[in-house]
Design a protein around this ligand. Structure first.
Ligand code: OAD
Length: 243
């Protein structure tokens, strides 16, 4: 993207009042957390149907928990990068800035984002399979399989697995945020997992100016008004920073 195009986008941002951003694993890749697809992606070495479905958990909860515990150990050593930090700053600068993430790593909240929906859940939370209580649990490593401190039943990760529905209220809020946005950012997502994969198209139909930030082209690219090739951790500060 040329300097001129960046300047045009920056002036559009200056005058916008309502901005929404959707993020995926690419933003946390810059903090050292593996993505799902791509050459080093988790789904190259692990099979989602054995680790991230309700059936897999019913068959073998310990194996599923081992995998989540391994991911928690990696994430525990990582910190928010300038991409997360600048998105958190946007809340202060724009009265109506909202953030939707597919990431479960909790780094946006750690960076300070509050008007945030973690649509696929949070790897630092557990949910009881019997009483449904959701709790934050930052133990690393976890006793496997972990059990509920209230009723003693098996806990599961408070994340959304393949074949499960998103929280309907959260989804409705995401829809409202994306339809309302004058500018809609799509950052570091491969754009193949629904429903997030449809958000850019919906936002555009509702009149948003859609900006994609990614290392490579994706199915979102052709729906975007503007596509920026680059690392999220460099590009977001470049767009939003003072210089
Ligand atoms: P993916 O791993 O599918 O895609 C990551 C995207 O980030 C790719 O398009 C990369 O090109 C891009 N990318 C990588 N590094 C980047 C960087 N430094 N800066 C900018 N972009 C970069 O991850 P998601 O799209 O988030 O769901 O995956 C969506 C969902 O699929 C996940 O939430 C997870 C997974 O299965 C569940 O587990 C339910």
């Amino acid at each position: 993207m040329s300097r001129e195009e960046i300047d045009r986008l920056r002036s559009r941002l200056q005058s916008a009042r309502r901005i929404t951003a959707l993020t995926g694993a690419g933003i946390s890749a810059d903090s050292g957390i593996p993505t799902f697809r791509g050459s080093d992606g988790l789904w190259k070495n692990f099979r989602p149907e054995e680790l991230a479905t309700p059936d897999a958990f019913r068959r073998d909860p310990a194996t599923v928990w081992e995998w989540y515990d391994w991911r928690r150990r990696i994430i525990a050593t990582k910190a928010p990068n300038p991409g997360h930090i600048w998105l958190a700053r946007m809340e202060k600068r724009w009265p109506s800035f909202h953030l939707i993430t597919q990431n479960v790593d909790g780094l946006h909240a750690l960076a300070g984002s509050r008007r945030l929906i973690e649509m696929h859940g949070n790897i630092w939370k557990t949910r009881c399979t019997r009483c449904g209580v959701v709790e934050e649990d930052r133990r690393v490593p976890l006793p496997i399989p972990p059990s509920c401190s209230t009723c003693g039943a098996l806990l599961r990760p408070h994340v959304v697995w393949f074949g499960e529905s998103l929280d309907p209220e959260e989804l409705a809020t995401c829809m409202a945020w994306l339809r309302d946005a004058e500018v809609f950012f799509v950052i570091g997502t491969s754009g193949v997992v629904q429903p997030a994969a449809s958000f850019a198209g919906m936002a555009r139909q509702a009149g948003s100016f859609v900006v994609e930030i990614n290392l490579e082209p994706t199915p979102i690219t052709e729906q975007a008004d503007c596509s920026i090739r680059g690392r999220a951790a460099d590009t977001i500060p470049r767009l939003l920073g003072e210089s």
